[in-house]
Design a binder for this molecule. Sequence first.
Ligand SMILES: Cc1cc2nc3c(=O)[nH]c(=O)nc-3n(C[C@H](O)[C@H](O)[C@H](O)COP(=O)(O)O)c2cc1C
Length: 556
Amino acid sequence: MFMAGKDDRDSRVALPQECNSEGTVAFLHDYHELSKHGFEAYAPGPETLDWDNQPNPFRDFAGSDGYPLPLLAQGGGPSWGTVLAGQREAEAITPQTVSRYLQLSLGLTAWKQWGPDRWSLRANPSSGNLHPTEAYVLLGGESGLPRGLCHYNVAQHALEQRVVYDTGDWPQQSFGVALTSVLWRELWKYGERGFRYTQLDVGHAVAALAYAAQAHGWQVVLMSGVSTQTLSHLLGLQRPEYTSVEREYAECLLWVGANLQEKHLPDFETQPQPLADWQGTPSKLMQERSLYHWPLANQAMLASETSVVPSAQRLPHTLLRTSSSAHPSVADLPVSFQEVVYGRRSAVAFKQETMDRPRFDAILSALFYFQTPLSGHTVDYIVAVHRVEGLEPGLYAMPAHLDSLSRLQKCCCRWSDWQQVSHYGEAALPLYRLEAARVQQLMATLCCHQAIAADSAFTIGFIADIKHSSEQAGAAAYRQLHWQSGFLSHQIYLAASALNVAATGIGCFFDDPWLQWLGSGPGGMQMLYLTAVGTPRKDERVTTLSGYHYLDRDVC
Ligand SMILES: Cc1cc2nc3c(=O)[nH]c(=O)nc-3n(C[C@H](O)[C@H](O)[C@H](O)COP(=O)(O)O)c2cc1C
């Protein structure tokens, strides 16, 4: 159906002209099937990893004007409870607040060292710590900040000016954040499945940006009506300076600020920015060309792009609204937002400790904190409970909303007796027990034999009907469902961090064995991602340094 592609460092893989939207949806279903791990074989991926040629997780733009940002003072800032309650007054947009915003969402939070190895970690998690997501900031020229498009250089915590825009009619006291993916960073390690991981990572990054906005009293709008094509143009991703480096693909645009109103947001679709005088050259991320090519992942990226359409057909922008107040267990926690973000660390192992029930409820309640996260698509939950006080170990299901209950029941048709477990306090979690059983060993097996899925207190799976969503919303739904799953997992991560436990995303799992166990028929719902939660086991051999210990900067 699609032309076999070259890898993404050479050129874009051309999709044939005759490929209509049904064709791209069908291709993405084929891609999903091909990128599945099974008991018999893992998805196509590299047989060996050339560690000396690992893509650099940091990109910079040599030759651009740089704006070093002040660093965050340790301690202080709003409490986690007030951030969740949406009680923050909007802060002014200044170099200090934009700096804090980026550091608390996408910045470095630690460096780890073990023997000769040293690696950085960020506020947002990433599959394999490969960090395919790059961020750009679109600024309207608020005092002390550059005007136009800047790349966020994570390693230097600095803005790099790419182009100056005429931003005359942009709303005051607001700015844009655009995300892109360097797909090759994931393909290098994960082969064809890597595209799925880039999309989950985007979801985590969007959630990190949404929570950090909330901490500044700002709103966030996902500008769903801005097509990938327009965003790519706006960010200059098709420009000649990218031809000899690893390509970046446009993902999404967020608009951030106080009291955002849709009618005042910039209309990039019908009023494209005149772009001239670009600065800087994107850095090359690998020393040598890889011998591997993963054409289907590249094509999946292209097939799920959106193009410019008449305004009546555009998706409405989505205001990422918070819907519920914080769970009683977290509202008064003596922990700051900054501590939650800095404390968020994926557990590499869990201690097999029992979690108390209020904590379990509070963490699951976080899933309902943002209303309609990212898209109108539904992602439901499967929860394997191993060690939670007062809750029988076993398999549970939780529909995202009442309307999705019957679809979830059809998917998990191995069980007919759905017992709604009693609610706890004010947290009315729609949790149904499907089977009381010890499922630790099974979880580890289904999650690529990973012990974290079994040693956690519970492991939650994000499951969705890709076919239904893409029939309704087209090929872009494939990305959006992954974004949504990453977003939801991020909420679990932060809630776990606030409650002094930890989470770990699980992208490696056996797709069809999962579905067969649930009783889901072919072509039905698909498992997209999982997250294990429990008491982390610390590795005392690993030492920790602060995220920007090597920068000598003013603090804000
Ligand atoms: C999409 C995604 C998939 C992941 N899959 C796994 C996994 O299968 N197993 C695992 O141990 N960790 C997994 N992780 C956790 C990452 O390894 C971790 O985020 C990364 O090492 C950075 O560490 P940090 O989260 O502490 O910043 C995943 C993370 C993400 C975002």
